[in-house]
Write a protein that binds this ligand. Structure first.
Ligand code: AMP
Ligand code: MN
Ligand code: MN
Length: 344
């Protein structure tokens, strides 16, 4: 099924690098040409992958493998490990440790990656890639590919991944649809965010048509965690701070590696905590600082719309969207919060 808005020749971007608006028919045709001609395709998504990054990548990987291509898929975390809550995704067998990733891929495709540095240890592999196709929806995308399929209006990279598979003329089975659906539901916040458009629901309907199990997917993504999660959440909520005078109100907290170690909680389990913090009525901006196992802080920011948190995150070396953004910090908590306050 091809909605009219997807027709080739739709009003498109000329150069495509980070430009606003839909991807041009010419750029889609070029992507199809490059990928169809290659025997081996190397896929990569951003470090600490979320549902959209991993889901989009595995969806395209499964479609390409079914079409007879040799596919390697990875992400550049120093300690390569699929986040526990995404291990139910089909296509895990396509994943390889970055150590086994092609050094000079014929065609490399990136998913949900706004800046080349978000490829982590795979950043260098882009340099020797003959063609680098960038599939993304971040407005902050720098256009680091040889071909940039970037649509900031897309609710998720999964929207672009579905279109790519469609334009390659490949079928979307239940497993591929599951991967795409995970990308769509995670990035729309279960159809709660402003990205919840008629197109997003139409895509969900197409995917549900394949017979995927939405109940199982939402349970895996949002309705389960080890007992330690509750204990760490208790600690994290116990130290939450509200600063009504900063921006339109700032609510923030942090989770250290020691907090997690006390309850044996892996880093990737704390991802959802921001969704508890951001419900605070008195604050427009919510922030959580999460210390990884190497002592590096990943900072997650959410806004209700009064403040563009991607502006703040970009200023601090990160990226993201107006209402959901993040950055990495090597400073102690108080110093990071001070920098953030100054920008709000
Ligand atoms: P998160 O808070 O990790 O869910 O991320 C929210 C948004 O910010 C996503 O679109 C991420 O791609 C982006 N983002 C988060 N952390 C970083 C970072 N360190 N550098 C660039 N973008 C980031
Ligand atoms: Mn992402
Ligand atoms: Mn995304």
């Amino acid at each position: 099924m091809t909605p009219a808005s997807r027709d080739d020749g739709s009003a498109g971007s000329a150069g495509s690098a980070g430009s606003a608006g839909p991807v041009s028919g010419r750029d889609w045709a070029r992507a199809v040409e490059l990928i169809s001609a290659a025997d081996e395709i190397a896929l990569a998504c951003h470090v600490s992958p979320d549902g959209d990054a991993l889901g989009s990548m595995l969806a395209v990987g499964l479609a390409l493998r079914a079409a007879g291509k040799r596919v390697t898929a990875s992400f550049g975390d120093r300690r390569f490990s699929v986040p526990r809550l995404l291990r139910f995704l089909p296509g895990q067998e396509l994943l390889a440790d970055p150590a086994h990733y092609p050094a000079a891929p014929e065609v490399m495709v990136t998913f949900d990656v706004p800046t080349v540095g978000r490829l982590g240890v795979l950043t260098g592999n882009t340099v020797k890639a003959n063609e680098l196709v960038v599939l993304d929806h971040h407005p902050s995308n720098t256009g680091f590919g040889t071909l940039n399929l970037v649509d900031p209006d897309a609710a998720a990279t999964a929207v672009l991944a579905e279109e790519l598979i469609h334009r390659l003329g490949l079928p979307i089975d239940k497993d591929i649809a599951t991967c795409l659906y995970v990308g769509l539901v995670t990035d729309t916040g279960s159809f709660r965010h402003s990205s919840t458009t008629p197109e997003a629901h139409a895509m969900a309907a197409r995917l549900l048509d394949t017979g995927l199990d939405p109940e199982k997917i939402s349970r895996e993504l949002w309705d389960r965690s080890p007992f330690g999660y509750l204990k760490v959440l208790g600690v994290v909520l116990g130290r939450v701070r509200l600063e009504p005078e900063v921006g339109g109100g700032l609510v923030w907290t942090f989770v250290t590696r020691a907090d997690r170690a006390a309850y044996g909680l892996p880093y990737d389990e704390v991802e959802g905590m921001i969704d508890v913090i951001r419900r605070t009525d008195e604050a427009d901006v919510a922030t959580i600082l999460k210390e990884d196992d190497d002592g590096v802080w990943q900072v997650s920011m959410r806004s209700k719309g009064g403040v563009d948190v991607s502006r703040v995150s970009v200023a601090l070396g990160g990226g993201g969207h107006a209402k959901a953004a993040g950055f990495t910090s090597h400073q102690p908590v108080e110093e990071t919060i001070a920098s953030l306050r100054a920008l709000l």
